[in-house]
Design a protein around this ligand. Structure first.
Ligand code: ADP
Length: 236
């Protein structure tokens, strides 16, 4: 990741997605020619109401949804030409907590590293537990962790393969104010250490607190994309 660093951590061009109609459900044009560049080293906010297409965009980048048209690069890697390498450059923290309640924290990270094919000697499990503030909870099962600790463990799972780009999908949905601050601090720390962060949120306040740049999506299109300062001046 030190060599050949691309100018944009993520770039999408004319991205299109049409979900075909199935059953009684009508087809949905979820992305209508989205173009965006997310600068390396930034904390980038993707804002927009429910149904705007934020998750669809993220899922395409993560290799979970197939695009209908356009191009996408993660860390300079074309997702069509090198899908595996592109997936290795991104870590995604999903909206829902997806932890096995009976699994200890360390084991959850080790299992995830195994899924990514990281050899034992190259794993960073203890380092991750430490930066996540979970070192003394390494053997505690997920269900015995607080909400904040569970969230941090989810972030840890997304970081086992040391991706240069971290995607947080609605990181603080349903999270109380104190915990929200903690999570924000942690995202800032990761960013200072070199991770580019893309986060989706409903909350302008969250984007304002964290992000260098904000893109606003509505109905499958990008309707604004600017520095946070310029964007907020426009809102006032
Ligand atoms: P957001 O994350 O901004 O809330 P989504 O990307 O989840 O938006 O959804 C964009 C649009 O695509 C919505 O109208 C949603 O109902 C539709 N959609 C999302 N996933 C599917 C799917 N698997 N099949 C059909 N339509 C979908």
């Amino acid at each position: 990741m030190e060599t050949n660093e691309p100018a944009a951590a993520i770039e999408v061009k004319d991205l299109d997605k049409i979900y075909p109609g199935t059953g009684g459900r009508a087809a949905k044009h979820a992305l209508k020619g989205v173009s965006l560049a997310i600068p390396r080293g930034s904390i980038f906010g993707l804002l927009g109401p429910n149904g705007a297409g934020k998750s669809t965009l993220i899922n395409i980048l993560a290799g979970l949804v197939r695009k209908s048209g356009g191009k996408a690069w993660v860390w300079g890697i074309d997702i069509d030409k090198q899908p595996r390498a592109a997936r290795a450059a991104i870590g995604v923290v999903p909206q829902e907590l997806t932890l096995d309640p009976y699994f200890p924290a360390r084991a959850a990270l080790e299992l995830q590293a195994g899924l990514f094919g990281i050899p034992k000697v190259a794993r960073r499990t203890d380092e991750l537990l430490k930066v996540l503030g979970l070192a003394d909870k390494a053997t505690a099962s997920a269900r015995s962790l607080s909400g904040g600790m569970r969230r941090r463990l989810m972030v840890g799972k997304a970081l086992v393969h040391n991706p240069p780009v971290l995607v947080l999908d609605e990181p603080t949905a349903g999270v109380d104010v104190a915990l929200r601050q903690q999570l924000w601090d942690y995202v800032r720390l990761l960013n200072r250490r070199g991770t580019t962060v893309l986060l989706t949120t409903h909350y302008l306040q969250e984007a304002e607190a964290l992000c260098d740049r904000i893109a606003i999506m509505a109905d499958g299109q990008v309707v604004a994309n600017d520095t946070t300062g310029a964007l907020l001046r426009g809102v006032e």
